[in-house]
Design a protein around this ligand. Structure first.
Ligand SMILES: *Cc1c(COP(=O)(O)O)cnc(C)c1O
Ligand SMILES: [Zn+2]
Length: 393
């Protein structure tokens, strides 16, 4: 393993990586750092192609030392589909959808759960707890069960009911909250404070290794394009872990010398019903102000005050990217339109990225001929009722 330490991106302080860590003393999430020179001396990019088709193919760049702790259900190495018919309609000829809907538990949250649970297990955790909008709780409950670990999950009542069922089926303790994810967060904070250290806080960005699982989307996009970077990557942003992770992965690949010296422009997509990142980006701020009365069909991105706001905003600026809010009605129209033309039922968060790409192309921000990768972060079949079914004949 080439993990060397954890680094605070806000105050620069270094923390040891061989003991459990949550936030830095200054309140910022921590980032895992590796000896990349040693990685480059150990493995060449061509070798990854000979390895199993899951995210553990990047093991030199992941934080688990002993393979016995790897907790896997086959996550990662999801397909990248060209979407010529829909792409033609929105004038993006080179449109590619990376379909995370095929991941275990039906969303890309399984990537973060697999790596996060594996590392927690290696460091001796017996029970994790977290607030969730649904998919993260389902994934962490599932991987915790596989690792023989306990899980307490707090979830808004309005979250997709399948996510509740996944938690219960995996034997997790489920706490239903009449509120949003930040209310669930308060509940979990109280629980952990009263637990005397017996429960590990695995909330979004509160431990450093979920991010390491999600960054593998960045490695895969580049490897699947033949070690080339696309021009634009469009990402539905809630807590922002995937966006921060892809940005981190791209920088690591550049430092390894495995890709050219050019970053794709990263786009954070939110709903007009909850767009704290879009508002802060437009105003040139470094932190968000919490969004009031958050509400959207794209439940996975209903995060009124993401903890990783500074990291999201700096990734957007560093990559000359942007942030855009899209309307729920248009999200559902694009979801149906895409399914009819390409045959894949996206999750609403993924469909939001198409709406965003369509608007950014129409406004000229995406230029003719550019290669655009859109993340479909979950399986459309997890969200019944978004497409009206016809009357019986
Ligand atoms: C959690 C989630 C998101 C947002 O992910 P972040 O990395 O936290 O921004 C997007 N789509 C789906 C389906 C999700 O479950
Ligand atoms: Zn710090």
């Amino acid at each position: 393993m080439h993990l060397t330490h954890l680094e605070c991106p806000r105050c620069g302080r270094e923390h040891p990586a061989d003991v459990l860590q949550n936030l830095c003393g200054c309140g910022s999430p921590l980032l895992a750092r590796y000896d990349l020179a040693a990685v480059a001396a150990t493995v060449a990019p061509e070798q990854f192609g000979l390895r199993p088709a899951d995210l553990w193919r990047y093991r030199e760049l992941l934080p688990v030392a002993d393979p016995r702790f790897v907790t896997t259900l086959g996550e990662g190495w999801t397909p990248m589909w060209r979407a010529p018919a829909y792409g033609h309609e929105i004038s993006i000829a080179d449109l590619i959808v990376k379909d995370e809907g095929l991941t275990p538990t039906g969303s890309f949250k399984a990537r973060g759960a697999s790596v996060g649970v594996s590392r927690a297990r290696e460091l001796g955790v017996k029970r994790i707890a977290m607030p969730t909008n649904g998919n993260a709780g389902a994934a962490w409950a599932t991987y915790a069960a596989r690792a023989g670990m306990g899980a307490t999950i707090a979830m808004p009542l309005a979250a997709p009911s399948i996510c509740r069922e996944e938690c219960l089926a995996a034997g997790a303790e489920l706490r239903l909250i009449d509120g949003l994810i930040n209310d669930a967060g308060r509940d979990i904070a109280e629980l952990i404070a009263g637990s005397g250290g017996g429960i590990f806080d695995a909330g979004t960005l509160r431990e450093p290794y979920r991010l390491e699982g999600k960054k593998t989307m960045g490695y895969e996009i580049v490897e699947q394009l033949g070690w080339q970077v696309p021009d634009v990557i469009v990402y539905p942003t809630g807590g922002g872990v995937g966006l921060i992770g892809i940005h981190k992965a791209l920088h690591e690949l550049r430092e390894l010398g495995w890709v050219e010296d050019r970053l794709p422009r990263l786009v954070a997509v939110q709903s007009t019903g909850c767009a704290p990142i879009v508002r802060a980006f437009a105003a040139g701020e470094e932190r968000v102000t919490p969004w009031e009365d958050a509400r959207t069909v794209a439940f996975g991105i209903t995060v009124p005050a993401p903890l990783g706001d500074e990291l999201i905003l700096s990734a957007l600026r560093d990559s000359a990217g942007t942030a855009i809010a899209v309307d729920d009605t248009e999200i559902l129209t694009d979801l149906r339109d895409f399914a009819a033309r390409e045959g894949l039922l996206l999750c609403p968060e993924g469909a939001a990225c198409l709406t965003a790409a369509r608007h950014l192309r129409a406004g000229g921000w995406i230029r003719p001929g550019e290669r655009v990768v859109v993340l479909n972060t979950g399986a459309g079949v997890k969200y019944p009722g978004l497409v009206h079914s016809g009357a019986p004949v």
